[in-house]
Design a binder for this molecule. Sequence first.
Ligand SMILES: [Zn+2]
Length: 219
Amino acid sequence: MSKKTLHAVLFGPPGSGKGTQGQLLADRFDVPQIGAGELFRAEIAEKTVQGKLLKEYVGSGVLVPDELVNAVITNQLKQLDLRKGFVLDGYPRNVEQATHLNRVAKINLAIQLKIPDKEAVRRLTGRVQCVECEQVYHLTDTPPIKPGICALCGGKLKKRNDDTKELIRKRLETFHFMTEPLVTYYRQQGVLLTITGEQAIPYVFEEIIKRIGKLGFKS
Ligand SMILES: [Zn+2]
């Protein structure tokens, strides 16, 4: 059997580890990872036209419109050689975006990372991130060697502004209402793979590798 090229999306509630698993998967298959969150933050930091628009929405707490999100992602995908594959996480966030994505690049694997809300809250409230290199730590699960200092670059560790209890609950609500319908969408497309994301990062990753290997995706 010839190897299948990975045209994958990962989705799950905040705290499910989709960014981390997306990066591991992209590294293992030697394909680019597109993290929607980082991509949007980069656009904002570079003050592109789209970045300025994004900043207004993010700052006001209003959901970023699909057209804008789609445009930023499409731009990024156009810069890639899609025949070589890719891994996307943090996008699509709803069925409309998924429909748009399928027109730009047909998705052949949608990994749903499933964790209970309680665990998501526990993970996110303990999460800190390096202000320099964006490395993520968890105060009890994966603490840095020196408290408050990034083990990789020596940068300061900070909580993300949206990792407050109240905002975490809101983000989870939004996920259930808006993003969870992707389960049905991708099941109908015949590309859904559901993975329990509660275990530690390496175990979840091995489970992903094992399960997608059976589907013909081999690194
Ligand atoms: Zn750092």
